[in-house]
Write a protein of this length. Sequence first.
Length: 231
Amino acid sequence: MFTGIVETIGTIEYVREGSKSAVLSVAAPDIMDDVKIGDSIAVNGVCLTATTVSKRGFTADVMPETLRRSNLGMLKKGSPVNLERALPANGRFGGHIVSGHIDGTGRISFFKREDNAIWVTVDTEPHLLKYIVEKGSIAIDGVSLTVAYVDSKCFKVSLIPHTSDVTIITKKKVGDTVNLENDIVGKYVEKLLGYDLSRDVNNRTRENSFDKTHDRNSDLTMNTLFENGFL
């Protein structure tokens, strides 16, 4: 698990392309002091497993599904990438819950400076926008950010100078693709509200599977969530 607080900007040393997959070599000397083979590292928000490590950096395999869902397939030698190691049990939870499992991509359509902040507008698809809410959280290329505006076509975030300095977001340009991970809470709520017990693949009865006081066919509705302050 990650928090969306980027630790450093790494550099792609090479991309070895397979027929549908790839191997990335990432130079990241600032974070390699305790990285071991098998550790998880978020690269532009994508959870990858370190397959070789050195004091200078690491390599990771990227499977076809990851290339389809993310912008990792656009990386080349010299590309900068946001990096975050997995959250340690005794670490500070500075951002929000980020799994490193990308939901899809968006496209930067506009930058605008406002005093010390930079507004970034990202266009994306309706199936991603439905999980994005004003003042909610979104991970853009692995960076935990607060949504300041959302409509049916795009959303906007505002970056403080520190975020601009330590991540690659403002180093991008209009038209560039960014990885997006929606807040996981919204996805779980949608799943629970739409769950159909009659289609349980194990075809188990409620009496055999659960105590009646824990009925999965509960009265959880949108009104219940609203009345209890969740919406």
